[in-house]
Each structure stands twice: as structure tokens, then as C-alpha cells.
Design a protein around this ligand. Structure first.
Ligand code: HPA
Length: 410
């Protein structure tokens, strides 16, 4: 920030504004970390002058750079000087809506806003218009700003009551979903809403601690930001974890189960709406959502560690109510072994984006009608916390196994 301030101050001092006497300096940080500054340049046909931001952008482009990760604008006066409409759009050519824009005067910082907050809604890079989204790209810019050289191979989404696994991540860089454009914020207890980048079991992971559920009222497409950002970060594999009810007494509460396939009874799909062909095909194949090789690997690692691993088909319901006993009987007739309110949207989105998926459930209860007592979210959280240490051991083992492959390949 200091280096941006100094570059903008020098440009501000040199601004050519003899007609308006309103000098402006701007400084930009490029994707590779270089700083480019610009000043406003007026001429006698005063409205035809060059804005400071436009000058800085021109310098950045002339140097061969095509990404802006941070911007600073400096001017004097009581009112904050924000980039004009034209410059907002110019900035949006090279940055997403999460771009931090520092509004300063020569004394220092007055306020930081994001480009998205400055852009009129109809001009924003919201993923609704481009579902791949502008959002994945701009969340990526924020992440890259914090961890420029971190390229994890594995993404991990932690389900209800399993967020504590993120505490085991070493050399962690933590980002709040609130700072990641397009990341829907979970509103349910047991879901923190943080991205934790670091090392687990000797492998680089991008761990999403908490997820939104469709029963919170978010549209299914909101989920796309998570897998797509992981993919853009460089992940090849997405491990999805959740808490689930069991439809089979032999898949007992406290057990860990491998998801072999799913049944989507959410009545929604994250890929509904315009398709971005650059992300994936309009009609993606779903004949092997949960990667066979990864499932085999998980079985092998679990056996080596002595972790009993059950397996079954996961059926997703919208929730938020737990199911009725009649629904559970119906789901069993459909071929389901596990039931829950998550995972399927992320799995669909991840497959669409070309990620390999592995799904692991912690069985927190026998499903409605099979359990001798009513179901509750408290039971889900307590049971999930009880089995979290075992799941963490399995995840570490898996990541070590994957890292071992990488080491052999190099
Ligand atoms: N039903 C739906 N979701 C769940 C359950 C259940 O029994 N247990 C944990 N999540």
C-alpha cells in the first residue's frame, strides 16, 4: 500500500491540470506485482483530458501487463475522488469486481472500496451475466493478492461440524468469504465461511471451511463460485465432505462413508442458466461423478490406516426439514444409502469444470424412522465433531498418498 501511495503522490505532484486545477494521481499494482502510476493530463479542450487512472492503465498495458490487482487514486478536496465511469470500465477490463480501490488524499488513505461497489449494477461483472464468472476470476485476483505463488492440487470443502479440520492446516493463509467476490456466505452454525490455504499431510490444499446450503435461499448457481475458483487456482481434485443420515443400519452413526454416486432430489441444478463454454460443456456427462481411481485410493489408504470405510449412494434433499419416515422408505427404494442437504451442487459444478471429485460423509445419525429418537442439528454437529479426528487422519493419509505420486512423477 505504501509503495502505491508514494507512486500516486509523485504522479499527483506532476499532474497537468492548469484548467480545472484538480490534480489527480493514480497507481496500479499489476498481476506480476509491478507498480504503474499515472497523472491527469488536461488540454485547452478541457473535457478531452486524460484521467490519471487511464494514464496508469496505458503504462501498464504498454509494459505488456494485463492484470490489475490493486488500485489507488489520489486527489485533494472534501469529497472522495472515485474513478469516473469510463475509468471504472477501463479498470474492469483488467480486474474483477473484487479489485480493491484505495481512495486517498496526499495525507494518506481515506477509504478503500471494491471496483464492484463502484460499478453500476448493470455494468458489473456479476456471474449472473457470465456464469463462469467474472466472479471466479475476481475471487482469484484477491487470493492471488494474498498468496501469489500458492498452487494447491487439492481443494477441500468441509461440511457441518467438520470445520475444525482446517485448524490443522500449516502455514495457513486465511481469507474470509466476505472478501471473496461471489462467494456465498454460510448462515448456519458449524459453517465458518473461510478459505484456508496451506499444507495438510505435506500437500498444498485450498480448504473451504463452510458452505452454503440451498435451503438458505441462495440460488443453486451461487455454489459455482467455489469449485470454479479452486479450478482457477490450479486444483485438479476436489474432496467434498459432509454430514449425512444413514438409510442402512450397517452404515452406523460415527462411521465414515465413501460416496459412490448421488441422486439429485434438490429440484435444482447449479448449471441452470447460460452456459460458459470456457468452463465446461452445456450437457456434462455425470456417469462417474465420484472418481473411480480416487475412491480406490481412499479405500487403500483407509485400509492402511485401519479406518473402517463404508460406502453408498448419497441422496440430496433440499431441506431444511429432516425427512419423514415415508420419504426415507421411498429414498431407500430409489437406491439411496445416505441422505443429506449438500454436496451434490458442488459435485455437479466441479465435474462441469473438469475437477476430479471425491466425496466423504460422516454418518451422524440413522435417518428418520430408523432412529429411536427425533433428529436434530445438535446431534449432527456433536456426532460430526466426534468422527472429525478420524476423517482428518484419513484426509491427511490421502493427501500424503497423492503428494507421494507427485514426488514420483517429478
Ligand atoms: N437427513 C438430512 N440431512 C442430514 C441428516 C439426515 O438425516 N443427517 C445429517 N444431515
Amino acid at each position: 500500500m505504501q509503495v502505491l501511495l508514494e507512486a500516486a503522490r509523485a504522479a499527483f505532484e506532476n499532474a497537468h491540470a492548469p484548467y480545472s486545477r484538480f490534480r489527480v494521481g493514480a497507481a496500479l499494482r499489476s498481476g506480476s506485482g509491478r507498480i504503474f502510476a499515472g497523472a491527469n493530463v488536461e488540454n485547452a479542450s478541457y473535457p478531452e483530458g486524460n484521467c490519471a487512472e487511464a494514464s496508469a492503465i496505458a503504462a501498464l498495458v504498454a509494459a505488456g501487463e494485463r492484470e490489475i490487482t490493486e488500485a489507488l487514486v489520489m486527489a485533494e478536496g472534501a469529497a472522495l475522488c472515485t474513478p469516473c465511469g469510463g475509468c471504472r470500465q477501463r479498470l474492469a477490463e483488467f480486474a474483477g469486481p473484487g479489485l480493491p480501490v484505495h481512495l486517498c488524499d496526499p495525507q494518506g488513505l481515506r477509504r478503500t472500496v471494491t471496483l464492484g461497489e463502484l460499478l453500476p449494477l448493470s455494468f458489473s461483472l456479476d456471474g449472473a451475466a457470465n456464469p463462469s464468472g467474472g466472479k471466479a476470476r475476481s475471487a482469484l485476483a484477491v487470493i492471488r493478492g494474498r498468496a501469489p505463488d500458492f498452487t494447491p492440487r487439492v481443494g477441500l470443502i468441509l461440511g457441518s461440524g467438520l470445520g475444525g479440520i482446517a485448524d490443522a492446516i500449516e502455514d495457513a493463509t486465511v481469507l474470509d468469504y466476505a472478501d471473496l467476490p461471489g462467494f456465498p456466505r454460510p448462515g448456519v452454525e458449524g459453517h465458518a465461511g473461510r478459505l484456508v490455504l496451506g499444507r495438510l499431510g505435506d500437500a498444498g490444499v485450498a480448504c473451504l471451511q463452510g458452505r452454503v446450503h440451498l435451503y438458505e435461499g441462495v440460488p443453486a448457481r451461487a455454489v459455482n463460485a467455489l469449485p470454479r475458483t479452486l479450478k482457477a487456482l490450479g486444483c485438479e481434485i476436489l474432496i467434498l465432505t459432509n454430514a449425512a443420515g444413514s438409510l442402512r443400519p450397517e452404515i452406523e452413526p460415527g462411521a465414515i462413508a465413501l460416496i459412490e454416486d448421488h441422486i439429485n432430489l434438490l429440484g435444482q441444478n447449479p448449471l441452470v442458466g447460460a452456459n460458459d463454454a470456457a468452463t465446461g460443456p452445456r450437457f456434462p456427462d455425470m456417469s462417474e461423478v465420484y472418481d473411480g481411481e480416487l475412491r480406490e485410493r481412499a479405500r487403500r489408504v483407509a485400509k492402511r490406516l485401519g479406518v473402517p470405510l463404508r460406502a453408498g449412494v448419497y441422496l440430496a434433499t433440499l431441506g431444511p426439514c429432516f425427512e419423514t419416515p415415508a420419504e426415507i422408505r421411498a429414498f431407500r427404494a430409489l437406491g439411496a444409502d445416505l441422505v443429506g442437504m449438500s454436496t451434490v451442487p458442488e459435485a455437479i459444478s466441479a465435474r462441469h469444470a473438469g475437477l476430479k471429485v471425491l466425496g466423504l460423509s460422516i454418518v451422524t445419525n440413522l435417518a428418520a424412522g430408523l432412529a429411536p429418537h427425533p433428529l436434530s442439528h445438535e446431534e449432527t454437529l456433536t456426532q460430526a465433531a466426534g468422527a472429525a479426528a478420524t476423517l482428518e487422519r484419513l484426509l491427511r493419509g490421502l493427501l500424503e498418498d497423492l503428494a507421494h505420486d507427485d514426488a514420483n512423477a517429478t
